[in-house]
Design a protein around this ligand. Sequence first.
Ligand code: GRF
Length: 192
Amino acid sequence: TRVAVLISGAGSNMAALIDAGQGADSGYEVALVVSNVEGAGGLAIAAAKGVETVAVPHKPFGKDREAHERVVDEALRAAGVEVIALAGYMRVLTPWLVGGWRGRMLNIHPSLLPLYPGLDTHARAIAAGDAEAGCTVHLVTEGVDEGPILGQARVPIVDGDTPASLAERVKTAEHRLYPQILGAFCRGLERG
Ligand code: GRF
């Protein structure tokens, strides 16, 4: 299965997805990395791993989100992409893009959804006094962080945790969970 990873930043999940996809029987390969941020750290990492990359900055499109997405979508179709994995892609998607990829777009979110959709998840989990945090891979639907859950991983919250220390622990879990869930998802698609 040909997968595109969409990023805005460092791309540590993207790197984990590329590496796992290159393994035998992974069920997928990362064929393209797209960023809305020119010079995003992840673009150089992907290129160094031999993956095609493209930057489509959103700024020139102003408030017209769909016009930006149409350019992204063209790049995806041209590369023969079958499944999209959002990995730190910091854009709210329009119903047009979500509808065009329904059932074929995954996202990873750094909380145990339905807890803490949106931003600052780790600070919110610590402030709430939660005993554990984690991450969720889910299908993308129109509602932000709302789609059907495909898998979750849990980590403890320990005394003295800061949002940064917790983020690091959750990230380690993300890097294991996302390739595992994406692989299973794509193998399922291939079986039909
Ligand atoms: C991850 O924590 C992911 O869950 C969230 O954005 C972050 C991206 O980090 N959606 P990275 O760019 O993969 O390092």
